[in-house]
Design a protein around this ligand. Structure first.
Ligand SMILES: Nc1nc2c(ncn2[C@@H]2O[C@H](COP(=O)(O)OP(=O)(O)OP(=O)(O)O)[C@@H](O)[C@H]2O)c(=O)[nH]1
Ligand SMILES: [Mg+2]
Length: 472
């Protein structure tokens, strides 16, 4: 059974679709979340920042826009909410927005619940399970010891969203400086015994509508030129005019991030830049307006808000993860020694497998059995008829497996039993090696698929492969 971190109590447990209750906290984890998490490691996100900087309002705005992404993206990006708590929370926030009421401050609680989502079709992935903790600003304002106590999910989050409202920093009379919340976070992480190195720190400037002329023209244009600011309300005709292209959108985000670093620097934020560098965190910056207009007490204009650049933080998180996963290794081993292999692969099943793996951002390498060096190097499409590699080919996979990394996952195409397969029965390979064969094999193995042409599609096989192989 796969080991997952319980999204509620943040401890490692065994879960499966038939065993959804956490042994530690007794909560039932949504089946859809477990299913998604078995294919892709969940992405843990946390919001940090002072009170009232706009964290919750931003999340509402981001969720509305992400939900509407289906209108402009191809393949269709879809955001789904995975549990009742997430649906109810988002609905309550929306209702308050539509009624023109301000959000009540988020409260710190011992048993604080996350929002659970699944995003489909970003960077070629079907599933991106997301655990999002929208923490209360009060955790980062009062007592540094609160952080470890009230925000244990910080330990799991590789991406930290640090919210800053420059206008609020200026009006602030509490004596807190701009880097305050980050200092609290770092202190909390020390107490949680969680290293900071390699984590992504995304500084998010909120309430950009209040900044007006003081931001330079490039940043202002970036905000105003957001084609998706009214996406939820956009007509069919308009959505056709602005198709979404992740790569070009992402390029603009990256160039704005550089400009914003300068803006942060000029606004007394050099300490943040220093702290990120000192702790080897990857710093990126984003800016948005969740509601496009200022509010005083009672809101009247929010039913149709001009949201500006509210999807950027999520895209950073998803794309960042996708880029890291590019290094994930998948290896195809073709048992070119087995009789019948040419017929078996005569429809180029191996090349098709490579094609089906490609959109998942994995580097696929192909070996022929009996040869320790790859026949086709990482990223190279395997083609042609597989030929035995030595005169008396022995179907030994050990020499190849021994040279692979601990993260590698393997698909073997064979028509007969592999001589040394049983040697690996009680190793981690049992969970990392998927056998595709033409008939029942004598050796016991956990993941075997007996291939039946026309009954199995290669896309379905690859999907199954990702479902079965454990998370890293
Ligand atoms: N002008 C403007 N006001 C905003 C924007 N986003 C949020 N606000 C206002 O800022 C206030 C605080 O928003 P919240 O989203 O509740 O802030 P928070 O960071 O979640 O606060 P805590 O839950 O206390 O940590 C509300 O009055 C919002 O209407 C924005 O984009 N522009
Ligand atoms: Mg809040």
């Amino acid at each position: 059974m796969p080991i997952l971190v319980c999204p509620y109590c943040v401890t490692r447990q065994e879960f499966s679709v038939s065993n959804i209750t956490c042994d530690q906290c007794g909560e039932s984890v949504p089946k859809s979340f477990i299913e998604a998490a078995m294919v892709r490691d969940p992405i843990w996100l946390v919001t940090i920042g002072s009170r009232q900087v706009g964290k919750t309002t931003f999340i509402d705005s981001m969720v509305s826009t992400m939900k509407a992404m289906v209108k402009v993206s191809n393949p269709r990006i879809r955001l789904k909410m995975l549990d009742t708590h997430t649906m109810k929370t988002m609905q309550e926030i929306q209702k308050r927005t539509l009624e023109g009421k301000i959000q009540p401050p988020t409260k710190k609680e011992q048993k604080f619940r996350p929002l659970l989502f699944d995003v489909t079709n970003i960077a070629g992935y079907d599933n991106n399970p997301i655990v999002l903790y929208d923490y209360a600003g009060e955790i980062f304002d009062e007592n540094p010891d609160d952080v470890a106590q009230y925000a244990p999910a910080l330990r799991e989050a590789n991406t930290v969203w640090l919210f800053i409202s420059i206008s609020d920093v200026r009006e602030n009379t509490t004596g807190q400086s701009i880097e305050w919340a980050l200092e609290y976070y770092i202190r909390g992480m020390e107490q949680l015994d969680a290293p900071l190195i390699g984590r992504d720190l995304l500084v998010i400037f909120t309430k950009a509508d209040r900044l007006g002329d003081e931001i330079d023209d490039t940043i202002l244009d970036y905000l105003l030129d957001d084609d998706y600011k009214q996406l939820a309300k956009m007509s069919l005709e308009d959505t056709e005019k602005y198709p979404f292209d992740l790569d070009s959108y992402f390029k603009k985000m990256e160039s704005i991030s550089k400009q914003l670093e300068d803006y942060l620097y000029q606004n007394d934020g050099y300490e943040i830049i220093e702290l990120a560098a000192e702790h080897n965190m990857n710093l990126k910056l984003a800016i948005n307006s969740a509601i496009g207009a200022d509010t005083v007490g009672h809101i009247t204009t929010h039913a149709n808000p001009d949201r500006m650049r509210v999807i950027d933080p999520l895209l950073y998180a998803l794309k960042g993860v996708a880029t890291k996963h590019e290094q994930r290794e998948v290896v195809l081993i073709i048992d070119s020694s087995s009789e019948g292999i040419r017929e078996f692969l005569s429809t180029n099943l191996h090349s098709q497998a490579f094609d089906a793996l490609k959109p998942r951002n994995v580097a696929t390498t192909t070996y022929y059995i009996g040869n320790k060096t790859p026949e086709f190097t990482a990223g190279q499409r395997p083609e042609g008829e597989p030929l035995p590699t030595n005169k008396v080919p022995l179907s030994l996979i050990g020499p190849i497996l021994d040279g692979l990394s601990e993260d590698a996952r393997v698909i073997v195409f064979t028509c007969h039993d592999l001589m040394d397969l049983s040697d690996f029965r009680y190793s981690s390979w049992d969970q990392r090696l998927f056998l595709i064969t033409t008939r029942e094999l004598p050796t016991e193995w956990s993941h075997v698929l007996i291939y039946v042409p026309n009954a199995h599609s290669i896309d379905a096989i690859i999907e199954e492969f990702f479902r079965l192989m454990p998370n890293r």
